[in-house]
Design a protein around this ligand. Structure first.
Ligand SMILES: Nc1ncnc2c1ncn2[C@@H]1O[C@H](COP(=O)(O)OP(=O)(O)OP(=O)(O)O)[C@@H](O)[C@H]1O
Ligand SMILES: [Mg+2]
Length: 147
């Protein structure tokens, strides 16, 4: 994923961070709340706020479902021009054997709709997934008023 700063040094000013541990589905609402608070601070409109909250909810649900837990790191940054909200999901679960397949609408190994990951990609402005047998990391960003 490309560096954030428009000044070119790759460093964005951090406005706010929030970390939520996800051990089970019971922790998903806390992730949604933390993301909503961040979106509010960012001055996101209702639609953009709904997008990031839904994306965070899907990431957290996947952590509980497929990775036996993990962490959602929410950061709000100033890239020199605009505010960007970044969601980072990390886990030490089994990883995803075929990411291309997992990113397709309708693919699920857990009897779900298979709408989570492809949905997150559509809801956010940038999306990156890194996975191995050591775990999975997803980074997704959304800029205030689109990109
Ligand atoms: N953190 C993760 N660790 C391991 N596998 C994962 C992880 N997240 C997603 N996957 C795999 O990717 C597949 C697709 O995920 P996605 O969120 O799109 O669909 P789903 O969770 O199965 O269904 P839905 O999100 O629609 O309820 C999952 O079925 C699972 O196999
Ligand atoms: Mg899912």
């Amino acid at each position: 994923m490309e560096p954030l700063s428009s000044s070119g040094n790759g460093v964005a000013d951090l406005i706010r961070v929030s970390d939520v541990a996800v051990a089970s589905r019971d922790d998903v609402p806390a992730v949604a709340r933390a993301t909503r608070d961040c979106a509010r601070v960012a001055g996101f409109g209702i639609e953009d706020a709904e997008c990031v909250i839904l994306a965070a909810t899907e990431l957290a649900t996947n952590l509980a479902k497929y990775a036996a837990g993990g962490n959602i790191h929410i950061s709000l940054m100033d890239d020199g021009a605009r505010t960007v909200l970044q969601l980072e999901s990390s886990d030490t679960g089994p990883g995803i054997p075929d990411t291309e397949q997992a990113m397709q609408d309708g693919f699920s190994t857990g009897g779900g709709l298979g709408a989570g990951l492809p949905g997150i990609r559509r809801l956010m402005d940038q999306f990156e997934i890194t996975t191995s047998s050591d775990g999975t990391r997803v980074v997704a960003r959304k800029w205030s008023s689109g990109r």
